[in-house]
Design a protein around this ligand. Structure first.
Ligand SMILES: Nc1ncnc2c1ncn2[C@@H]1O[C@H](COP(=O)(O)OS(=O)(=O)O)[C@@H](OP(=O)(O)O)[C@H]1O
Ligand SMILES: Nc1ncnc2c1ncn2[C@@H]1O[C@H](COP(=O)(O)OP(=O)(O)O)[C@@H](O)[C@H]1O
Length: 215
């Protein structure tokens, strides 16, 4: 690190001689304008556990209440930003890392950013948590057993995986590590799965009770 006329030249990873520039508008000013606190809502769970359904319904509910939100969906991002990545462990880690960085930017912009990815490895999710101040990361675990996800199988992927036509499919022949201590768990209520509306309301209630829906 080298300091010249109040400018700090530094090296981060492979980037040498880079300098951080502060913007005259800060996070607090953006929050005040939007009347909300930017944060990352990280939804993790098996394929078919309802991540996209929850993300969509949650964002509908927030939008209807006048909040600015955005969804980063794993499947969708693999159509663009992450299309060069496979499903082997290193590529999944890179996938999660890139989405974590993007989510961090959205949250810094003051947006309530939902990231919905299988994100099967605890250390990858924890690395994303470490990117933002602790209170800005809300991990949501879709606690839906593999058997139920496999019965739902809306895209026919479990069937293909069981037939050996997809290799390394999460839950079948690839691991999933559930969170040990996350902010929200979506699970059975009175022995029944909650409706998408009720799942989203659970998250909105958390946001409200923890002061995210005001500046
Ligand atoms: N091998 C394998 N394992 C798991 N999932 C697979 C695989 N191959 C393709 N798909 C499809 O990719 C979607 C998951 O992408 P993600 O980016 O969320 O995965 S990960 O976080 O990198 O593990 C996942 O979407 P969701 O069903 O929404 O979870 C699948 O449609
Ligand atoms: N709470 C729920 N109750 C019943 N079915 C659900 C619920 N949430 C999602 N589903 C259904 O389960 C399937 C998988 O949901 P999806 O949101 O695509 O999961 P994921 O994004 O985790 O793969 C879809 O057919 C969806 O309609």
């Amino acid at each position: 690190m080298q300091v010249m006329e109040n400018l700090v030249r530094t090296t981060v990873g492979m980037s040498t001689n880079i300098v951080w520039h502060e913007c005259s508008i800060g996070k607090l000013e953006r929050q005040n304008l939007l009347m909300q606190k930017g944060c990352v809502i990280w939804i993790t769970g098996f394929s078919g556990s309802g991540k996209s359904t929850l993300a969509s319904m949650l964002n509908r509910q927030l939008h209807c209440r006048g909040h600015v939100s955005y969804v980063l969906d794993g499947d969708n991002l693999r159509h663009g930003l992450n299309k060069d990545l496979s499903f082997k462990a290193e590529d999944r880690a890179e996938n999660i890392c890139r989405v974590g960085e993007v989510a961090k930017l959205f949250a810094d912009a003051g947006v309530i950013c939902t990231a919905s990815l299988i994100s099967p490895y605890r250390r990858d999710r924890d690395a994303c948590r470490a990117l933002v101040p602790d209170s800005m990361f809300i991990e949501v675990f879709m606690d839906v057993p593999l058997k139920v996800c496999e019965e739902r199988d809306p895209k026919g992927l479990y069937k293909l995986a069981r037939a050996g036509k997809i290799k390394g499919f999460t839950g079948i022949d690839d691991p999933y590590e559930p969170p040990m201590d996350c902010e929200i768990v979506i699970q059975l209520k009175d022995g029944k799965y909650q409706t998408p509306k009720a799942m989203a309301e659970q998250v909105v209630t958390y946001l409200e009770e923890n002061g995210y829906l005001k500046a």
